[in-house]
Design a protein around this ligand. Structure first.
Ligand SMILES: NC(=O)c1ccc[n+]([C@@H]2O[C@H](COP(=O)([O-])OP(=O)(O)OC[C@H]3O[C@@H](n4cnc5c(N)ncnc54)[C@H](OP(=O)(O)O)[C@@H]3O)[C@@H](O)[C@H]2O)c1
Length: 241
C-alpha cells in the first residue's frame, strides 16, 4: 500500500553520514527506509528515533553487493511502502591500500559494493518511482578530471564509475521526471585519513574538514532543484581542485 508521505531509501543508513542523511530527510517530511548490512542495533535505534518524531521509518538489512538481496529488499519496500521518491546510494567502502599491494578480492569487493551495489539499487528502485523520482549518489571530491590515485585505486575507480552511471541514468530517465545527481564529499571530520587540524589547510583550501551537515546541505539543495540533473557537487572546501 502506498504511503502519503514521500519515501526515501538510504543505503548504509545506520551510521555516520547515512544516519545523518536519514534524520535530515525525516525532518524534511520523508518516511525513511534505513538499509543496513551489519549495524542492526544502530539501525533499529535510528528507526525508533525517527518514529518518535512522528515519521515512519523502517530498518532493513541488505548486502548491496549481492543482487538477489537487493531485489528482495526492494520487493519488501514495494510491499511495505509502495513507492520510492528518493534513493540515496551512500554505501562507499574505503580501505586504502597501495595499488601495488591491492588484492583482487579487495578490488572485487569494492567494485561490488560501491558501484554494482549502487546500480542494483537504482535498477530495483526505478520501477517504484512513480510520477517523479530522485536519485543521489554519494561520490568523492575531485572526480571531474581523471587522475592517478595510487592509494585507493579501487575506491577511486568505483566512484568514477558511479559518476558515469549518474550521468547515464540522468539522461535516460529525464523523460520520466527522475533526476539523478551526485554529491561528493572531500575530507569529512570522521575521515580515516584526516590530517591534523594544523595541517589540513595544506590540502583543503577552506582550512577545515567537512561536517556531515555540509554534505546534507547539498543533498537538501538537490531535493528542491527541479532543473538539475546529471550534476556532481563537490562538498570539499576546495580539496582536490
Ligand atoms: N567519510 C569521509 O570522509 C568521506 C569522504 C569522501 C566520500 N565519502 C563517501 O560518503 C559516503 C559515506 O561515508 P561514511 O564514511 O559515512 O561511510 P562508512 O561508514 O564507510 O559506511 C557506511 C555504511 O555502509 C554500509 N555498508 C558497507 N558495505 C555494505 C554492503 N555491502 N551492503 C550494505 N551496506 C554496506 C555499512 O553498514 P553497516 O554498518 O550496517 O555494515 C556502513 O555503516 C560513502 O559513499 C563515502 O565514499 C566519505
Amino acid at each position: 500500500m502506498s504511503t502519503e508521505a514521500p519515501v526515501a531509501v538510504v543505503t548504509g543508513g545506520a551510521r555516520r553520514l547515512g544516519r545523518h542523511l536519514c534524520t535530515t530527510l525525516a525532518a524534511r517530511g520523508y518516511d525513511v527506509v534505513i538499509l543496513y548490512r551489519s549495524s542492526e542495533e544502530a539501525a533499529h535505534a535510528l528507526e525508533q528515533q525517527i518514529v518518535a518524531t512522528g515519521r515512519r521509518a523502517r530498518a532493513q538489512s541488505v548486502d548491496v553487493g549481492v543482487e538477489p538481496q537487493v531485489a528482495d529488499a526492494f520487493a519488501e519496500i514495494a510491499r511495505m511502502e509502495g513507492r520510492v521518491d528518493l534513493l540515496v546510494n551512500n554505501v562507499g567502502n574505503y580501505n586504502p591500500q597501495d595499488i601495488t599491494d591491492l588484492n583482487p578480492a579487495v578490488w572485487d569487493a569494492t567494485l561490488a559494493t560501491n558501484l554494482s551495489g549502487a546500480y542494483y539499487c537504482c535498477f530495483h528502485a526505478l520501477p517504484l518511482m512513480l510520477a517523479q523520482g530522485n536519485i543521489i549518489n554519494i561520490g568523492m571530491a575531485g572526480l571531474e578530471g581523471i587522475r592517478a590515485n595510487v592509494r585507493g585505486a579501487d575506491y577511486y575507480v568505483s566512484k568514477t564509475g558511479l559518476l558515469s552511471l549518474t550521468r547515464s541514468l540522468a539522461v535516460a530517465y529525464a523523460g520520466r521526471n527522475i533526476r539523478v545527481n551526485m554529491v561528493s564529499p572531500g575530507q569529512l571530520d570522521n575521515s580515516v585519513d584526516l590530517p591534523p587540524p594544523d595541517e589540513i589547510g595544506r590540502t583543503v583550501p577552506l582550512g577545515r574538514a567537512g561536517e556531515l551537515h555540509d554534505v546534507a546541505q547539498a543533498v537538501e539543495y538537490l531535493l528542491d532543484a527541479r532543473y538539475v540533473t546529471g550534476a556532481n557537487i563537490d562538498v570539499a572546501g576546495g580539496y582536490r581542485l
